[in-house]
Design a protein around this ligand. Structure first.
Ligand code: B12
Length: 211
């Protein structure tokens, strides 16, 4: 039997259909959605990453595991949102230009929604000007940037500079995250906050809006 959980196994082998069945059954049985995310889904993707690093998995395996993860996450998101409190603030979120990774970003977006934030998700490969336009349209937003590649993390500074140039920096809080990001990097580029996981991102966003 599954040592780390059946959902963990389904994501690890990239079986989206199984992941869907297990998630549906777990939610019907009133399993804690947050626990499924933290104890099975994220650890499964961590193991996928480890296998990729030691050449046990290649890009096709990453893709099918990512698809299984997304299938489960789509089912879980409404339940995370259902556990939320009062609307707390507004977050414009996206993965920076050049970067197509969106699992962590989607998780952060779901948790923020669950935490009562209105979330405007700009998707992946988002150019700096799109973040600026969204921040302009939705004033007093938190802009949340995700990057998973060391080659794209520098794009976060470009977004902060673009906000500054557009005269929006003062009224926009910028939070950043993703596997290669650190607090030191956040400090270096002048971001207002960093967290290494989706739950802490909610606490961080709440702190920044004074909730
Ligand atoms: C799945 C995956 C893919 C999938 C992505 C599918 C998708 N839809 O997202 C695919 C196959 C497309 C892919 C492609 C590539 N990938 Co890839 N990928 C991964 C993998 C295995 C897992 C990432 C993931 O989903 N983790 C699970 C989520 C839940 O974690 P997370 O993203 O870190 O997010 C959490 C926190 O970081 C934080 N967080 C994230 N964003 C934000 C934002 C804010 C505001 C906050 C506060 C917090 C926060 O909260 C999240 C939840 O707790 C990682 C390995 C790894 N260990 O990260 C490699 C990895 C990121 N990929 C890598 C590489 C090299 C690539 C490719 C270049 C491979 C290639 N040769 O084509 C391409 C690049 C494509 C591109 N232009 O973006 C490298 C990057 C190395 C580097 N130094 O930059 C990694 C690290 C693998 C490795 N060890 O070599 N990849």
């Amino acid at each position: 039997m599954a040592e780390n959980g059946e959902l963990y196994d389904a994501i690890l082998v990239g079986n989206a259909k199984k992941a869907e069945e297990i998630t549906t059954a777990a939610l019907e049985a009133k399993a804690d959605p947050n626990e499924l995310v933290q104890k099975q889904m994220i650890p499964a993707m961590d193991e996928v990453g480890r296998r990729f690093e030691c050449n046990e998995y290649f890009v096709p395996e990453l893709l099918i595991s990512a698809r299984a993860m997304k299938t489960a996450l789509e089912l879980i998101t409404p339940h995370l949102a259902a556990s939320g409190t009062q609307p707390t603030g507004r977050v414009v979120i996206g993965t920076v230009q050049g970067d197509l990774h969106d699992i962590g970003k989607n998780l952060v977006a779901s948790m923020l929604e669950g935490g009562g934030f209105e979330v405007i998700d700009l998707g992946v490969d988002v150019p700096p000007e799109t973040f600026v336009e969204a921040a302009q349209e939705k004033s007093n937003s938190i802009v949340a940037l995700s990057a998973l590649l060391t080659t794209t993390m520098t794009m976060m500074k470009t977004v902060i500079d673009a906000l500054q140039e557009a005269g929006l920096r003062e009224k926009t809080r910028v939070i950043i995250g993703g596997a290669p990001i650190t607090q030191a990097f956040a400090d270096e580029i002048g971001a207002d906050g960093y967290s290494d996981n989706a739950s802490a991102a909610v606490g961080l966003a709440r702190k920044l809006v004074g909730a």
